[in-house]
Design a protein around this ligand. Structure first.
Ligand code: MBD
Ligand code: FE
Length: 304
């Protein structure tokens, strides 16, 4: 067995085993390697092309941008579409639509009761309050639900990823009150653009694609016995609202803005002049098992 055809080689790669291994890992690896062998052969990939791609992958990993590429190539939204399909099949409907987590969540944001100021007392931009309730599918308030909220700064950067920002800047965890109400003050964030001169921007330039996301705010909503909701809202009027590089915009998640809202009742958020408000209720399904109610975000779930 010193000479091998392509098919013999593939067969060997796919069947070599010294121990039982993990059947799922074996099946997936076999499928993916088979597909890649086929793509290389059918598309006549040269050695230089192959090693250019491997060099790019190595740099991608080192850059920490794997979660950016998965979003940009549609994988994150694919998982959501598949989850929606599974729900439809299982007859599970209703509640706030899910939307992708994205690669920029950080656990452990400062917790406050009922309300928070994401601007940490330093007014910036247009004064914006988002408020509403956390409800279950019967419309009952979910007292004490925990809402993680995070969004970009004026340059489209997220704390812990963008230089010069404070830890947990524009990230908070708000606990809904006894009637399920939450509110927070911040400013209307701009959209996001992938970092220039990076492995991600290299690929996007080669694909002739832009790397912009419309203005959005992220949420992770958790309550005992209810299904953890990962979602985002979009701010209306953004050029990219129907052309998100991460394909995450969804009906039902574009908030309405009320301008010139009277400040009475918002003193505790430092508001004494008309401001912009958005009302939004988060509606959570019942969890059908403990895993669905887990407070862990996507990477924490798989690295525990
Ligand atoms: C973001 O802010 C984001 O939400 C996603 C999904 C990808 C990149 C940046
Ligand atoms: Fe984002």
């Amino acid at each position: 067995m010193t000479e091998l055809t392509k098919n013999q080689l593939l067969e060997l790669v796919n069947t070599k085993q010294v121990a039982a291994g993990n059947p799922r890992a074996r099946a997936l690896t076999q499928r993916i390697v088979t597909d890649l062998f086929k793509a290389i052969d059918e598309m006549d990939v040269s050695a230089d092309e192959f090693w250019t791609a491997m060099n790019w992958l190595e740099r991608l990993g080192k850059s920490g941008q794997i979660g950016l590429i998965t979003a940009g190539l549609g994988f994150d939204r694919l998982l959501d579409i598949r989850a929606d399909e599974a729900d439809a099949k299982a007859g599970r409907a209703g509640g706030t639509p899910r939307a992708i987590e994205g690669p920029l969540f950080v656990a452990g944001a400062p917790l406050s009761q009922g309300e928070a100021r994401l601007d940490e007392g330093e007014p910036r931009g247009e004064v914006f309050v988002m408020e509403g309730r956390v409800l279950d599918l019967d419309g009952q308030p979910v007292a004490g639900a925990l809402i993680d909220v995070w969004h970009a700064n004026e340059q489209g950067g997220y704390s812990h990823f963008f230089p010069g920002m404070k830890p947990y800047e524009l990230r908070r965890q708000v606990q809904a009150d006894a009637t399920g109400h939450y509110r927070f003050r911040s400013f209307l964030p701009p959209g996001y653009a992938i970092p220039p001169n990076s492995p991600t921007s290299e690929l996007f330039e080669a694909l002739g694609r832009h790397g912009n996301r419309p203005a959005h705010i992220h949420f992770l909503v958790v309550a005992p016995g209810l299904r953890t909701l990962t979602t985002q809202v979009n701010i209306p009027g953004d050029t990219y609202i129907d052309d998100d590089f991460a394909f995450a915009t969804r009906d039902g998640l574009i908030v309405e803005l009320e301008h010139g809202v009277a400040p009475a009742g918002y003193e505790s958020l430092g508001i004494d002049a008309p401001f912009t408000r958005s009302r939004f209720d988060f509606v959570l399904q019942k969890a059908s098992n403990d895993s669905e109610a887990s407070p862990a975000a996507r990477m924490a779930r798989v690295t525990a």
